[in-house]
Design a protein around this ligand. Structure first.
Ligand SMILES: [Zn+2]
Ligand SMILES: [Zn+2]
Length: 377
């Protein structure tokens, strides 16, 4: 089927929107008419190869929400016409060891998250497009996705909210609820206050954490952090972060920390600002070769300090997303405040550039009618 897709002709920042051929959905695949695909910073890193290099044209877009257009012969979860969001993480099989231990994202039965693989898109010059993120490439009018990545979207939840829930939000919010599990009154520090970090702050606030310390080098993000519930902000360009956190926490460091960004030394700093009895959760990552914490001395763990990681908020997809939709409905989480600027698919380059300049979460609207409906033009 002929569709429109935003692709990077070669690994890098430049993206073009062009007509391509989309394969028919495989037996377990669903073809989605994409309504919105919000931008996650991973989309930019994936296209530029910062997470891992790839050959040929690439396409990203993994916060997808839309309407089921067609299904493969073995799909049972959805039918054409259903509203869905599509996540990178899988719902899992529900009966393997990983699924039984609440780790469906590592399910051993359902095919794994795969990055830098051939997508279902072919350029009209015959080149097969590489999927730079996992699962699907959603900056397109239509895309195929594995049914195990889908969650039904309730009728009253707008598509853009479904998109925002599909990765960035759950990665931060879920990491707090499913990994940190803080108790009311415990302190929390969030390092890196983009979409993931701000969602973590929402989670920490919902759990009753105090103080909630937001750490970022961009003032615009620190201002946003206050709106989402941070009680203190620290700009590492201005002060020594570890000293500043200790000054706020009676000299101990925080009970919980979450690092939502990549960068040299940032994980070490996060470790240092975490109390000896505290726990640090690693969410943000860069290229595998840059993500070492080799200077940690084993003695530093004798106090019981813990370091753990979280992928996609450690969510159980079809258990947690419906909860998040309910929290949104009840006004407990403010996803709308995360959404920054809206762009039609044809202007995706502007949307990506704007995200790189610091927009929290830009909405790419892939359906022209929906764009007119929401943006009035
Ligand atoms: Zn499983
Ligand atoms: Zn993402």
């Amino acid at each position: 089927m002929r569709v429109k897709l935003a692709l990077a002709p070669k690994m890098g920042r430049e993206v073009v929107v062009e007509e391509v051929e989309l394969d028919e959905p495989g037996e377990y695949d669903v073809r989605i008419k994409v309504m919105t695909c919000t931008i996650c910073h991973s989309d930019i890193h994936a296209n530029t190869g910062e997470h891992m290099e790839y050959e040929g044209p690439g396409a990203a877009g993994h916060e997808i929400s839309g309407i089921v257009d067609a299904i493969g012969s073995k799909v049972t979860y959805v039918k054409p016409g259903d509203r869905v969001l599509c996540s990178e993480v899988r719902a899992g099989c529900g009966h393997c060891d990983q699924c039984l231990h609440d780790r469906p994202w590592f399910c051993t039965t359902i095919k794994p998250m795969s990055f830098r693989v051939a997508s279902a898109f072919t350029r009209l010059n015959g080149e097969r497009v590489t999927q730079t993120c996992s699962g699907a490439a959603g900056f397109a009018t239509y895309c195929n996705a594995y049914e195990n990545m889908l969650v039904k979207l309730d009728d009253d939840i707008p598509f853009e909210i479904g998109s925002a829930l599909a990765c960035g939000f759950m990665s931060g919010f879920g990491a707090v609820l499913n990994r940190s599990k803080p108790k009311p009154g415990e302190s929390y520090a969030v390092v890196g206050c983009g979409g993931v970090g701000l969602s973590a702050i929402m989670g920490a606030r919902l759990c009753g954490c105090v103080p909630i310390i937001a750490i970022d080098t961009q003032q615009i993000k620190l201002d946003a952090a206050i709106k989402f519930g941070a009680t203190h902000t620290i700009n590492p360009k201005e002060v020594d972060v570890v000293e500043a956190v200790k000054a706020i926490t009676g000299g101990f460091g925080v009970d919980h920390s979450l690092v939502g960004v990549a960068g040299n030394g940032i994980k070490r700093t996060t470790f240092d600002l975490t109390a000896g009895y505290g726990q640090m959760v690693i969410v943000g990552h860069g290229h595998p070769r840059d993500e070492m914490m080799g200077d940690v001395n084993y003695m530093e763990f004798l106090s019981g300090k813990r370091v753990t990681g979280s992928v996609m908020g450690a969510v159980t997809l079809r258990r947690d997303i419906p909860k998040y939709m309910d929290m949104y409905r009840q006004g407990m989480i403010d996803i709308d405040a995360l959404l920054t600027n809206w762009f039609p698919l044809d202007r995706i380059q502007e949307a990506l550039d704007d995200s790189e300049r610091g927009a929290l979460k830009n909405v790419v609207v892939c359906d022209d009618e929906y764009y007119r409906e929401r943006c009035g033009k």
